[in-house]
Design a protein around this ligand. Structure first.
Ligand SMILES: [Zn+2]
Length: 1077
């Protein structure tokens, strides 16, 4: 007897083999395959045999081959080793097949659905049983999550994995959140994304380096800590003490939330930018940049916030697109005409027309800039004969604006014709300002002639450097005109009364041509929400212009996810030519500089800085204010610095920009790790913030980026797509999401729902959160939970370590599921690798819906519930269910660590106390890859689909099926699933979920009149398209004449009172012990 029709068919299809040989082929050996192939004359037959030789090579009867293969099996397959003693398998299979040949056997629709088996036989049916709860809500859910965190060692996991041996490290460097408030959903989005990646990499065997940190310095904390008090009357140390206390409180609250969200980290080993050791590392970066000439002190325009009295960096600005300015058009009379104009006969009365949105800067005007190659026209107003110089390109819009007709009386070309011209300043008596060429002039707005106040504009400042213009500032730290602006303006705030006054002065001078309101984007202080100004002051700068090219080059080697963010990163580098790093505040890392009392000269070198760094490391940076200057600047250091006595010096009062603090984190935190982090994962606001400050400092010090990849995500917004803000009352509080709120519309969702929301969101755009997103996340987890419960229920009493079936002995459909599980695990792994947890979820849901719920689970229920408990058929199925449970649970564990560990507590096959996160990623094996098998099962599924389409709404179990396929590959594949011509128990009958299947070459002519016919074809594609065959099939479905078995409810019994042939011996065996009792 042959174990499968396939082998028979292989022999039959070969004309060279005689029938007597066929009968002896039980002990067919691999060499026979070669022999058969060699004997075959037709190429087609040889091709098929080659295919089947491969397909069959895992058949249990091939003892020698099996043994070879077992030794080559992976770690996973070795688990089955105990089970897969070849002789044993052979015996079992033989027994299984012989029992299957009786009148009735397992297949088809599961009759014994929960509760449906008649009472008489219920206790003989193996229905799923599990203590794993179907649903967890409210307080129970919360308690369960917290208990799982404790029982499954969430707190120790990070240290455990640091100590284990691992070949590779994965370093995700945490961008420090700001320690100035309560945890919010933005934190949840960012931290959970990081944790998903960390847990995934940890499960795959990498050693994770992840040190959570906090950005603890800076004005926002200082302002919040001092509240109404303000800084008045407080010493720097008093301010710092209050600010530190405030930051510590915020850190504690955020840390507790992060732990509750299930983040894997050692929470006793975090980094804080106010730690002495951190500050020392930061100063080292500062010193190295200074020694390379990248840090310098200068007097130049910076963004200045009058409301917080400090300089601000670009990253500390918020642009208000609704800002309204009083824009003016002002005329600057030409007192000296350029030569070209004079020779054109324009003797006098020509005025240069300029436009500005900041009239308060007019008193500081030092020049008017024109575009070097542009055309300019002198225009005569027809209404009042005034002559105005305007860019030719802007003539029409200026005419429209003035509501006057303008007549051109002469045209001139930029540098060639305009240079040498001098204007009279309209508000400053006797002051002359030149016409100068500048490349920043554009024709997009205004008149093509640009009012230039070097103290109040970055571009204006660079024009001033070129033409040696004055950068004198008439505005103080409070944004008020100083006496330098003249008695009329002195003490007026520039943005309000100062602006009024300047406009009135222009009007009085007859220089105001037009005033209008201009709505435009204007920089505001990110903390005080007040507009900033640009004013020059003496500050410390980093020369970012000279770092730009190196930084861009380093960025080329960085992987950016999504790639579209790279452009913004590059353009941010272009925008910033220098970086102002000094702040006139107390709560920060002091700039370690001393100034000469007399000359004001700065004393700053490697000796002074490394001495200060050592002190900071020991005592923290408070010592800058606490210690006497003799200790900060001891004789030894002074000597090495070639400086005079310590009494000549005073310490500096500025602190470093907090973006410099956090930008140096790689130096403070990644020391032990590889020199570059594998990933930085932050929101898109960090493109101009931490991503950039870290890049610049790292490139400056060591000429490489601090990261190998950057992942840039979007922001959390409300379900209406609105930005969350306290004033709008639309803030989603992650604590309320987890623990529930007072309102019944805010139930307790638990941490896993919050995590699922993060994972499922399209994190590369705006991420919406609200009741519908959270409810949908909860429902999705509920469905997943049910699937896992079904798997657990059917694994009751099964121990894969002793009862698992070797894949080669399994039903083909079971082997096929392993194949699908392997494909699933590959897809999921790919998705996580690309930071796309959303795709991992979609792959999971498709696998559960398509492959499990509507396919596999619907087919196997009969085998699971009604076959003998320890039968090969049932154990084969359970082995696969256990693999599926394990694979699915591991695949969701980075997203849902609580649910995953909860399932693991109930799952078979491991010792008590073992946790999922300590036992690795999905263990799919390449032996699960069975291409030929795929064709066999998918071919059968195609036939099944045709059949099911022919009986809409009817119960498939009540039909007998005749499947007719012409001789060929498809027929041979179907024979592998059913070797007999007719069967109620074959794998084919199970797949079709019908009462009985007849497999034949052609449909019989005498089909009953009620037969439902369907046809179709299936394309077999094997060996990468080498074997392709399109096979037609016909299916005839006829209502069965068999009766329903009262136990399994399959239509395979002789009468409704009789058990079917499969159930009969099973029940009598099961009942025997109780009869005796
Ligand atoms: Zn039955």
């Amino acid at each position: 007897m042959l174990p499968s029709g396939l082998t028979q068919r292989a022999f039959r299809s070969c004309p060279c083999i005689n029938s007597s040989r066929k009968k002896q082929s039980v002990a067919l050996r691999p060499e026979h395959n070669t022999a058969i192939a060699a004997l075959c004359q037709t190429s087609g037959t040889r091709r098929r045999l080659r295919f089947f030789a491969g397909f069959l090579s895992t058949e249990p009867l091939r003892l020698s081959m099996l043994l070879c293969r077992v030794s080559a099996l992976s770690r996973t397959a070795a688990r089955w080793g105990r089970r897969s003693r070849p002789g044993d398998g052979l015996l079992r299979r033989a027994l299984s097949l012989s029992s299957g040949r009786r009148l009735c056997a397992s297949s088809g629709e599961a009759g014994a659905e929960s509760g449906s088996a008649p009472g008489l036989y219920r206790d003989t049916v193996l229905l799923p049983r599990s203590e794993f709860p179907m649903k967890l809500t409210g307080q129970k859910l919360l308690e369960r999550e917290v208990r799982i965190q404790q029982e499954c060692g969430f707190a120790d996991l990070y240290s455990w994995q640091r100590e284990r041996k691992a070949k590779k490290e994965f370093c995700l460097h945490d961008g420090p959140p700001y320690a100035n408030g309560d945890p919010h959903v933005g934190h949840a989005l960012n931290k959970i994304l990081k944790d998903i990646r960390n847990r995934f990499e940890m499960l795959r065997g990498r050693q994770i380096h992840f040190v959570p940190g906090w950005d603890c310095h800076g004005l926002p904390i200082e302002l919040k800590a001092l509240g109404e008090l303000g800084t008045s009357g407080l010493s720097p140390l008093q301010i710092r003490r209050k600010a530190r206390e405030f930051a510590e409180g915020a850190v504690a609250r955020q840390k507790a939330a992060f732990q509750r969200w299930g983040l894997m980290a050692d929470w006793d080993q975090c980094y804080y930018t106010y730690d002495g050791a951190y500050e020392a590392a930061e100063l080292k970066v500062f010193q190295e940049m200074h020694s390379k000439g990248l840090v310098y002190q200068d007097y130049k325009p910076v963004f200045w916030s009058p409301s917080s009295r400090t300089a601000l960096a670009e990253a500390e600005l918020e642009y208000n697109p609704e800002h309204v300015s009083r824009a003016i058009y002002a005329a600057f009379p030409l007192s000296t005409l350029p030569a070209a104009m004079a020779s054109a006969g324009l003797e006098g009365g020509v005025s240069v027309l300029v436009w500005t949105t900041q009239p308060w800067t007019i008193p500081a005007n030092q020049a008017v800039c024109f575009m070097p190659n542009a055309q300019y026209s002198v225009l005569k107003r027809t209404d009042d004969s005034q002559l105005l110089l305007v860019a030719t390109e802007r003539t029409a819009s200026v005419a429209a604006l003035l509501g006057a007709e303008l007549e051109s009386v002469g045209t001139f070309t930029g540098t060639t014709d305009l240079e040498g011209g001098m204007c009279t300043h309209p508000t400053v008596p006797d002051k002359l300002v030149p016409l100068v060429p500048a490349n920043h002039v554009t024709m997009a707005k205004g008149t093509g002639l640009v009012h230039t106040a070097p103290a109040h504009g970055m571009e204006d400042y660079s024009v001033a450097s070129r033409f040696k213009l004055s950068v004198e500032c008439m505005v103080d730290e409070d944004g008020v005109f100083t006496h330098l602006a003249g008695p009329e303006l002195h003490r007026l705030p520039v943005m309000t009364e100062g602006t009024d006054k300047v406009i009135r002065m222009l009007k009085d001078a007859g220089a105001l041509v037009k005033e209008e309101q201009c709505v435009h984007s204007y920089p505001y202080d990110w903390r005080t929400k007040q507009p900033v100004v640009i004013r020059p002051s003496k500050q410390w700068f980093i020369n970012t212009a000279s770092l730009k090219d190196k930084a861009k080059e380093a960025l080329q080697k960085v992987r950016v996810v999504p790639e579209s963010a790279r452009g913004s990163l590059l353009s941010m580098l272009d925008r910033r030519t220098y970086w102002c790093i000094s702040r006139q505040r107390s709560w920060g890392v002091p700039i370690p500089v001393f100034y000469h009392r007399e000359t004001g000269e700065a004393l700053l070198n490697k000796h002074t800085v490394s001495h200060i760094a050592t002190l900071f490391k020991e005592k923290g940076s408070d010592c800058w204010w606490e210690l006497p200057i003799e200790t900060l600047l001891p004789d030894g250091v002074l000597k090495k610095s070639d400086a005079g006595p310590v009494t000549d010096y005073v310490r500096g009062e500025d602190v470093l920009d907090i973006w410099f603090d956090s930008g140096a984190s790689w130096a403070a935190v990644l020391e032990e790790s590889d020199t570059r982090a594998d990933a930085y994962v932050e929101g898109k606001d960090q493109i101009g913030g931490w991503f950039q400050s870290s890049l610049l400092t790292s490139v400056a010090v060591r000429n490489k980026a601090p990261y190998k990849s950057l992942m840039v995500h979007g922001f959390a917004v409300t379900e209406k797509g609105e930005k969350m803000s306290k004033s709008l009352g639309n803030v989603v509080d992650p604590d309320v999401v987890i623990n529930g709120g007072k309102d019944p519309s805010t139930p307790a969702y638990g941490a896993d729902v919050l995590r699922w929301w993060v994972a499922e969101s399209n994190i590369f755009s705006e991420v919406q959160i609200g009741p519908s997103a959270l409810n949908s996340a909860r429902d999705s987890i509920g469905k997943l939970r049910n699937t896992l419960r079904f798997l657990l229920g059917n694994l009751q009493g099964f121990d894969p370590r002793t009862q698992a079936v070797d894949p080669k002995e399994m039903h083909y459909i079971d082997q096929y599921m392993l194949h699908l599980l392997r494909e699933y695990s590959i897809k999921v792994t790919d998705a996580y690798s690309e930071y796309d947890a959303g795709r991992a979820i979609r792959v999971l849901q498709a696998f559960i819906n398509r492959e499990l719920s509507s396919f596999y689970f619907s087919i196997i229920k009969d085998r699971l519930y009604c076959d003998p408990e320890d039968s090969l058929a049932r154990r084969s199925c359970q082995t696969v269910l256990e693999e599926i449970l394990d694979g699915v649970t591991r695949s969701i564990s980075p997203i849902l660590p609580h649910l995953a560990e909860e399932v693991y507590l109930h799952a078979p096959g491991h010792d008590e106390g073992e946790t999922l996160f300590k036992s690795g990623w999905i263990k799919s094996s390449s032996v699960w890859r069975r291409p030929g098998l795929e064709e066999a099962v998918e071919g059968a599924c195609a036939v099944r689909d045709s059949f099911l389409a022919s009986i809409p709404g009817k119960n498939a179990a009540q039909y007998d099926l005749t499947i007719a396929i012409e001789p060929g590959l498809l027929f041979e594949l179907m024979e592998s699933l059913q070797e007999e011509a007719t069967s109620t128990s074959s794998q084919l009958a199970e797949l079709m979920t019908v009462a009985r299947v007849t497999l034949t070459g052609a449909l019989p002519r005498d089909l009953p009149p009620g037969a439902l016919l369907s046809t179709g074809s299936f394309l077999i594609n094997l060996e990468g398209g080498v074997i392709r065959e399109d096979s037609a099939y016909s299916v005839a479905a006829v209502p069965t004449s068999a009766a329903r078995c009262p136990r399994c409810r399959r239509y395979t019994a002789e009468s409704a009172e009789c058990l079917c042939p499969r159930c009969q011996p099973l029940v009598s065996q099961a009942r025997r012990p109780s009869d005796i009792a």
